[in-house]
Design a binder for this molecule. Structure first.
Ligand SMILES: *Cc1c(COP(=O)(O)O)cnc(C)c1O
Length: 401
């Protein structure tokens, strides 16, 4: 904790590389990986004191681990949050945060354009424990106010959303949440901590799937929960994590910790590539629609520029001719892989209707604007001209049915 205070005086680039580091006596330059489940105590008295919380020091890796803590502290510094807790995956983070924020009788309002697993947690899991929910169009600010009830404890949203890249005005929803006495939780995966700072805009809790841009090289799962509410993190969330065990492996924490050093470089480069690919896609015959938050024709471009530093690494587009044409398009790609992951150095494409959003009914998909010809492209670090060549070739094949 004290370390956080020292590192917080550093400028952002330095924090990303140095923040949270704790060297051992060997003075290693690369942070150590403490691949251990437990810790030995110098004496039985010391073990007793650590269990009573009267003495610092590690006890068991479900409670805390030095490598995991380095990752948590570095991510907190990058986000500008007082505290971070890591989890085994993004969905473990969402589950833990929602369970820590609600109890039977409470109510949650959530923007319906959210990641499939988040929707399962809010729409199916929480109601089993007596927590009801109302799903709304998150772009409609009146809908948040109307859905709020005295027992509403949480507002949950994702912006930009998957896969249609719709935006929600975080500052405006945060103000409504405050008036309603609810906490605002933002799933900031698509924007990353580099392009959007929800806590600065008034959100109470930020959640990441570290599997995506934070790893950024498709190696491991991870998640994180961040907040400036130290009391909530330590007194409510922390006991839940410690006693339910969605802990991040020290090995994965080490991979993610090292990845934070290059997060900004990767996100900024992939974002520049995505903007280039988005404008190039518009000129390709057979592509009927291109969605990119910083594009001039993006309906919410004013909001995009207000709350994001840049448009992000994802581009969504529609292939004329529906599902068959979209499949021909994806199958014809030679560089871009068909994969539902995102935020990777490698460009990846997915067909939401048949993969990430196949669980939704056709009506629910229509409500979200997800069409059969839609493809979601996560732009990576390859040369964007090679990506555009690949996309042009695929479009030509897709139009020849
Ligand atoms: C991937 C993702 C998640 C879930 O994260 P996992 O690490 O896969 O569990 C949650 N929200 C969004 C927006 C995601 O893209």
């Amino acid at each position: 904790m004290d370390e956080n205070e020292d590192f917080s005086k550093l400028r952002p680039k330095t924090r990303a590389v140095r923040g949270g580091t704790r060297r051992t006596g060997f003075e290693e330059t690369s942070e150590a990986m403490f691949l251990t489940s437990g810790f030995a105590y110098p004496s039985a008295e010391s073990a007793e004191r650590r269990f009573k919380n009267e003495e610092g020091g590690y006890v068991y890796s479900r409670f805390g681990n030095p490598t995991v803590e380095m990752f948590e502290n570095r991510l907190a510094l990058i986000e500008g949050a007082a505290r971070c807790r890591a989890t085994a995956s993004g969905l473990a983070a969402v589950t833990a945060a929602m369970l820590a924020l609600t109890r039977a009788g409470d109510h949650v309002v959530a923007a319906r354009a959210m990641f499939g697993g988040c929707r399962y947690i809010i729409e199916e899991l929480l109601p089993r424990f007596g927590v009801s929910c109302t799903l709304i169009d998150g772009r409609d600010l009146d809908a948040w106010a109307h859905a709020a009830r005295p027992e509403t404890k949480v507002f949950f949203l994702e912006t930009p959303s998957n896969p249609t890249l719709e935006l929600i005005d975080i500052a405006a929803v945060a103000a409504i949440a405050r008036r309603a006495g609810a906490r605002l939780v933002v799933d900031n995966v698509f924007a990353t901590p580099i392009l959007q700072a929800p806590l600065t805009l008034g959100a109470d809790i930020v959640i990441y799937s570290a599997t995506k841009h934070i790893d950024g090289q498709g190696r491991c799962l991870g998640g994180a929960i961040l907040s400036n509410d130290i009391d909530w993190i330590e007194k409510t969330l922390w006991p839940l994590l410690r006693n339910t065990g969605p802990s991040l492996s020290p090995f994965n924490a080490w991979v993610l910790l090292k990845s934070l050093e290059t997060l900004a470089l990767r996100v900024e480069t992939a974002t520049a590539h995505a903007a280039h690919v988005a404008s190039g896609l518009k000129a390709i015959t057979g592509i009927s629609r291109v969605i990119y938050p910083f594009a001039d024709d993006f309906p919410q471009r004013e909001l995009a520029r207000r709350q994001m530093k840049a448009g992000g690494t994802l581009v969504t587009f529609e292939v004329a001719g529906g599902k068959d044409a979209a499949f021909r398009f994806a199958n014809a790609l030679k560089i871009i892989d068909i994969s539902n992951n995102l935020g990777d150095a490698k460009s990846l494409i997915t067909h939401p209707v048949t993969t990430t959003h196949q669980r939704l009914s056709p009506e629910a998909r229509a409500e979200l604007g997800i069409t059969p010809g839609m493809l979601r492209l996560s732009v990576g670090l390859e040369d964007p001209e090679d990506l555009l060549d690949d996309l042009r070739r695929a479009a030509a094949k897709a139009s020849r049915s």
